[in-house]
Write a protein of this length. Structure first.
Length: 557
């Protein structure tokens, strides 16, 4: 009698069911990890801590480091070009970003766990044209002043703790060693005093980087003949000199540069900036570049370890605040150069100091500009008197000049020789009338730079319709008044030009009026007061001339 065959557990239907259940479980777990990543991170950390405790009790593992992370024996950690992350080391995306908030009377910001950089930095004493708090570096994808490893993708994850008033410490454990970052605040100067130390270094350690960045700023075009200051630029001070890299959206590829031996690097706009002042034994290089698709510009300082060692340290001061020249000069004289006063910077500095002193006396920047204008005109007054005397002597010899022109009309060379001899005999300087204007030109350019660059004049009101001396006159009153005063001054000032040149010169006040329409109202105020002073000065000269004529008439009688 045959025995009935018993059914097997591992038949095809059972195996298929097990496979389907297993695949469903794996898919479900994958879905839950994506939907609730934080819960699974915490579970992994607990299991990892328990495993580390068991290994410690059992004598530990030869491949385990001091942080409780297991190194991958198969990974090529010694290769500095290898960007893979060994098993047990958190990848940049494994930990969610956390922040430590700080706020005082000067600023507010968040210290990010990513690179221990700065996010959401707002200057509480300054507002923009929309009356919102000024923000520095808000367009950067990375936190500004973040510290990361050279040659490693992604950002370091720091554990941050507050160790004192305005003092913070961050620690990051990496496959290349432990990174400790200390930050101390000097809020009144908008400074972060920073020291970064890398210890327990592995062969894969190359160096450290510090990042600056912001959104692309759409620059405004300047007025006729003079450029606009409302633009974005990098300022780099290196051992080879100064570099100003103006950021042009249309020519962003030209921004890709690498500059070596950098002492100061800054990224800023007209009145506000972020920057790094190096104080390390290792001199960094800086790489600048822009991303038109992301709409950002980035400057990355790279500190490279030249000689292999067990530790690596860098020190620097990072700045994020207003471009106040006097404050920046107290911080570092080279860093103060981010304020661009141009070719006449030595004059601009004195003008700024003088204006600030006048402001302390008068309490109004417009009145300070007026007083400065009067002082400048008084300084050049002796040269104006010389110019007036030269022009007066020129008028006396006009009949002789006319005769020479008629006599030597066909011989220009002989005419010039005779005229130069005539002027020499009568002690007439043909350039004497231009001397006061030439002396005022550097002051004009320097003042233009001061009004365009100084944060002290940013949103500074004058009165009535002028609420911001750093902007153009909204109703164009000052440009029109300036044009009228220039026309009057020109009419009452004697000249020795021929009639054709005099007619052309009559259009100059009109051209200057259009020229001044787009310039800061503070600069237009300076030129208006200067032209008004010139009218009073010329009226005095004309009165003196009438007095001389009366004296001559009395003597003749």
């Amino acid at each position: 009698m045959s025995q009935e065959k018993q059914p097997s557990f591992l038949d095809s239907k059972t195996i298929l069911a097990i496979v389907l259940v297993g695949m469903s479980w794996i898919a479900w777990q994958s879905y839950m990890k994506k939907k609730y990543p934080h819960a699974y991170e915490q579970k992994a950390q607990v299991e990892q801590s328990a495993e580390a405790t068991n290994n410690a009790e059992g004598g530990g593992s030869p491949n385990q480091d001091t942080a409780g992370n297991v190194e991958n024996p198969g990974s090529t950690v010694g290769d500095s070009n290898d960007l893979t992350t060994p098993v047990g080391i958190p990848t940049p995306s494994d930990r969610a970003e956390s922040v430590v908030h700080y706020e005082d009377e000067y600023w507010s910001f968040d210290i990010s766990s990513k690179g221990m950089g700065i996010r959401n930095l707002h200057l509480k004493k300054y507002t923009d044209r929309k009356n919102e708090l000024v923000s520095v570096g808000r367009g950067s994808l990375e936190p500004i002043f973040a510290t990361n490893l050279s040659g490693r993708r992604g950002e370091l994850d720091f554990t941050i703790e507050t160790i004192g008033e305005g003092q913070f410490k961050g620690t990051a454990v990496t496959e290349s060693g432990q990174i400790t970052k200390l930050v101390s605040l000097r809020s009144s100067q908008y400074l972060f005093e920073t020291e970064v130390v890398a210890t327990g270094l592995k062969p894969s350690f190359v160096g450290l980087t510090v990042t600056m960045g912001d959104k692309l700023y759409e620059s405004k075009k300047g007025g006729f003949m003079l450029p606009a200051f409302d633009h974005q630029e990098f300022f780099i001070r290196s051992n080879s000199g100064k570099d100003r890299l103006a950021i042009n959206v249309e020519k962003l590829t030209e921004l890709d540069k690498t500059i070596n031996q950098v002492r100061v690097a800054a990224l800023g706009t007209q009145y506000f900036a972020q920057g790094v002042i190096d104080n390390s034994d290792v001199i960094p290089e800086v790489k600048t570049y822009g991303d038109i698709q992301a709409g950002i510009v980035t400057g990355r300082l790279q500190y490279t370890m030249l000689n292999k060692a067990d530790a690596f340290k860098i020190r620097y001061r990072s700045f994020a605040g207003p471009k106040s020249f006097e404050m920046l000069e107290r911080i570092d004289s080279e860093f103060a150069e981010i304020v661009n006063f141009g070719m006449f910077s030595w004059i601009a500095k004195y003008i700024l100091h003088m204006m600030k002193w006048f402001y302390t006396l008068l309490g109004n920047w417009g009145l300070a500009i007026i007083l400065l204008t009067i002082i400048v005109r008084l300084i050049v007054l002796p040269f104006a008197v010389m110019s007036y005397k030269s022009m007066k002597n020129m008028q006396k010899i006009q009949p002789q000049i006319k005769a020479l022109r008629e006599k030597y009309a066909e011989d220009k060379q002989r005419l010039n020789q005779e005229m130069m001899g005539l002027m020499k005999n009568h002690r007439v300087n043909p350039l004497g009338g231009c001397l006061p204007m030439l002396l005022q030109f550097p002051v004009f350019i320097a003042l233009y730079q001061v009004l365009g660059q100084s944060i002290e004049l940013y949103q500074a009101p004058f009165g009535l319709w002028i609420h911001d001396l750093s902007l153009k006159d909204p109703f164009y009153v000052l440009p029109v008044l300036m044009g009228i005063t220039m026309f009057i001054q020109q009419r009452i000032t004697p000249n020795t030009m021929d009639p054709a040149q005099a007619k052309v010169l009559m259009f100059m006040p009109l051209l200057f009026t259009f020229f001044m329409v787009s310039l800061p109202s503070g600069l237009t105020l300076y030129i208006f007061i200067s032209a008004l002073f010139g009218i009073l000065q010329q009226m005095y000269f004309m009165r003196e001339k009438k007095t001389e004529l009366k004296t001559v008439e009395v003597t003749a009688k």
